[in-house]
Structure formats: structure tokens, C-alpha cells
Design a protein around this ligand. Structure first.
Ligand code: EPS
Length: 408
């Protein structure tokens, strides 16, 4: 199984990851990882920080002559902003040269970190809890993403809305999410083409009316010193049935995906398929009827979002998630100064106004990690040479195996 750890503080010298268990002999073009890093940096509404950083992966171990070795892969991304934080963040510097942060921001990890880790400076909480960490997560998971692409599995995403939408995304007959759940998709629909289209929008919203509204709202939030959240959808195409398991709670694919997405900074809700909306309809409407198409099982609708009983069913995987507004406000809310225990306004720091587009890219990445593991769990193999034929063979024989089991 593939595991990864990340390390690094937001304004420290660098972020790193160690990826363990990744199969050997897999070709990694360095540009592929950097392309994913660049996608995460896009998005209207980011702070000045994104002009400072230009994330680029350095490959320290685990790759030789362009191919993975099967040994732990170490990747490093330097923080360019480190130049401005050398005194405040140095490993062995003088603590008196750094201003202590004493006022926690509502909605951030500031206060909980101070309580939990016995800190006497909120900076110790906010540096690691910052979403800067997601840059290296994208690097770590992009290996899995490329592995999946080589097996014909694509992951894409789009932002549904940022801020509030008068256009009722949920009920609009035209909305893309509605079409996906009702399986109204073109024959050769792929998640990759979806993402390519979303990437063309500065907010990753494909509906131009909602896109304009979102941009306007972000501009207004910036003027008001406020921030905005939003919802996004991750879609996976090409995943065959049978990955994940209902045998034990911790092997259920939907559970693993929800955990991975919920672990992204500021995500507050995750739905699989129709999610909450499924609960508002009778079973006769939201169970996806089965039929046979081109010698394969298919479904009339996809309200289950490609997963039934914790196992993939061959339909596109659909995951919807909500990101809360960024907690760092330029017009701050009430808090308490821990140095005086008196009521004050929360601490202000340079921050994004919204990061929903970036969050959708991080979500694609963490989904890739979960799915690559689901495949390795089932197919096995230490090298790419074992995984590729194993996977193709499983996929090819799937329908006929079921048929011959029942028609002896
Ligand atoms: C973040 C605050 C901002 C964001 C940062 C996440 O950073 P800074 O405080 O340096 O302006 O820009 O995101 C990134 C640096 C990134 O690469 O996504 C936070 O507090 O979560």
C-alpha cells in the first residue's frame, strides 16, 4: 500500500513528503508533478502569497533515470516566502526577534493548537495548520494520479459556486451536477475533459453566469475585508466495479474518500453522489436501475455516485464537498487576547479571500491516493509491470466471469 507523510511550516524553509510503497518502474515526468502544483496555485481570490510562490518539486530520492525505484520517494518544495520569515521561523534563532501572536482567529486552529500543544505563541499553531501544506500533498498524490491515468482512470473536478448563488445550483435542470447524477453525460465523457474545461475559468466554474457572479462576490468580499466559501465536485471516470470492500468498516471506499476530502483544510461537508438530496426522495427515484449495455453492467442514473456498499460499481464516482470561508478576515471578528484575557478583535494576517478553486485540485489529488491504494489492495504487485496487466485482465473478464458463474 502507498503511504505518505508531509512536513513543513507555512513560512518555514520548505515542505517535504515521503511516499512509501509506490510501485517500481513507473515513469514520472517531473513536469507532470509541476503541472498539478501550478493548477493548485491558480484561482481568482488568492492572496499576494501566490505571487511570491511558484511551486516547483525537487526530487530527492526514490526515482532514478526517470523511473520510480519502489523505495521511499522524497519530494521537496521550497517556500520562496521563507526569505521574509528567516528570523521568525528559523530553527535555532532568537525568539525575541519574532513577534508573538496572542489573539486567536475564530474558525482557525489557533486556539485549539495553543490548548492542545501548550504553546505560548499562536504562530506555532497557525504555521502547520495553514493550507500551505496542501501544496506538498498535491505533489505526493500526483504520483498516484499518474498511475491511475495510465490505467485509464481519470480524475477531474469543477467548482459549483463560490459565495451564495441565486441560480439555485441544486435545483437547476441545467446544472452539471444534476446531469451527472441523472447520468445525462456524453458517450465518451471523461473526468479529464471536465477538468480541462474548468481550468479555463479563474474560479473553475463552467457556467459563465455563475462564474461572473462568483467573481463579483469575491471582489466585494475583498473590499469588505471578508472571505467566501463554496462547493465543488470531484468526478472519477474509468474506475471499474469491485474496488473497496463492504467486509469491514475501514475498507469502504466511500468512507475512505470522505475521510481524505474532509482532511483538507476548511472542508466542512462531503457527499457521495446525491448525498443529502438522496434522503429527500423515495427509493424508487434514487436507486440506480441496472441494465446491460455493450456487454457490461450499467445504471440508468448515478445517485449512488459510483459507489454501492462501499464498493465501486463502474459508474463515474461523484463526490461533492463544501469549503467554509477562510477564517482570516481583514475585518476581524471578536476574540480574546491570551496575553490579557480581554476581549479584542482577532489577529489580522495576509490571507486568501477564497481558495475554493485550489481546494478542488487538492481534493482531486487526495482522491487519487485513495483510489490507487484500492487498486493495489485488489490487484497487488510491487512493480508497474505487475499492476498494469493485472488490472487490465481483471477489467476485461469482469462481465463474463459474472455471467459464467450464474449460467453454468
Ligand atoms: C493560508 C494563508 C495564506 C495562503 C496560504 C494558506 O498564506 P499567507 O499567510 O502566507 O498569506 O496563501 O496558502 C498558501 C500559501 C498556499 O500555497 O496555498 C492559511 O492560513 O491557511
Amino acid at each position: 500500500m502507498i503511504r505518505y507523510l508531509t512536513s513543513g511550516e507555512s513560512h518555514g524553509s520548505a515542505l517535504t513528503t515521503v511516499i512509501e510503497g509506490f510501485p517500481s518502474n513507473f515513469v514520472i515526468p517531473p513536469d507532470y508533478i509541476n503541472k498539478q502544483l501550478a493548477r493548485r496555485q491558480m484561482g481568482f481570490g488568492r492572496s499576494f502569497r501566490m505571487k511570491i510562490e511558484n511551486d516547483s518539486a525537487e526530487f530527492i530520492s526514490g526515482i532514478r533515470h526517470g523511473k520510480t525505484l519502489g523505495s521511499p520517494i522524497t519530494v521537496l518544495i521550497k517556500n520562496k516566502d521563507w526569505e521574509n520569515w528567516k528570523d521568525a521561523m528559523s530553527a535555532f534563532g532568537d525568539p525575541n526577534r519574532s513577534k508573538v501572536v496572542t489573539v486567536p482567529r475564530p474558525g482557525h486552529a489557533d486556539l485549539n493548537g495553543v490548548i492542545k500543544y501548550h504553546y505560548n505563541d499562536i504562530r506555532n499553531s497557525l504555521e502547520r495548520s495553514s493550507a500551505r501544506e496542501t501544496a506538498i500533498r498535491v505533489a505526493a498524490c500526483s504520483f498516484s494520479r499518474l498511475l491511475l491515468e495510465n490505467l485509464g482512470i481519470q480524475i477531474g473536478s469543477y467548482v459549483e459556486m463560490i459565495g451564495s448563488s441565486d441560480f439555485s445550483v441544486e435545483s437547476s435542470q441545467k446544472s452539471l451536477t444534476f446531469k451527472l447524477l441523472n447520468n445525462i453525460v456524453p458517450n465518451r465523457f471523461t473526468a479529464g475533459s471536465l477538468s480541462d474545461k474548468a481550468d479555463k475559468s479563474p474560479v473553475r466554474i463552467m457556467d459563465t453566469v455563475i462564474e461572473k457572479s462568483a467573481i463579483k462576490q469575491i471582489e466585494k468580499a475583498r473590499e469588505n475585508g471578508d472571505t467566501l466559501g463554496g462547493t465543488f465536485v470531484v468526478v472519477v471516470t474509468g474506475l471499474p466495479p469491485g474496488f473497496g470492500s463492504f467486509m469491514s468498516w475501514d475498507r469502504k471506499l466511500d468512507g475512505l474518500l470522505a475521510q481524505a476530502i474532509m482532511s483538507i483544510n476548511a472542508v466542512k461537508a462531503v457527499e457521495i453522489g446525491g448525498g443529502f438530496r438522496i434522503a429527500q426522495n423515495p427509493g424508487s427515484v434514487v436507486m440506480d436501475e441496472i441494465f446491460i449495455k455493450n456487454n457490461n453492467f450499467s445504471r440508468k442514473t448515478n445517485f449512488s455516485g459510483g459507489i454501492e456498499g462501499g464498493v465501486s460499481n463502474g459508474m463515474p464516482v461523484i463526490i461533492r464537498a463544501a469549503m467554509k470561508p477562510i477564517p482570516t478576515l481583514m475585518k476581524p471578528l471578536d476574540s480574546v487576547d491570551l496575553a490579557t484575557m480581554k476581549k479584542v478583535r482577532a489577529f489580522r494576517e495576509r490571507s486568501d479571500y477564497t481558495a475554493v478553486p485550489a481546494c478542488s485540485i487538492v481534493a482531486e489529488s487526495v482522491v487519487a491516493h485513495v483510489l490507487a491504494n484500492a487498486i493495489i489492495e485488489k490487484i497487488g504487485g510491487d512493480s508497474y509491470e505487475e499492476i498494469l496487466p493485472g488490472f487490465n485482465n481483471y477489467k476485461k473478464n469482469l462481465f463474463h466471469r459474472v455471467k459464467s458463474n450464474f449460467q453454468k
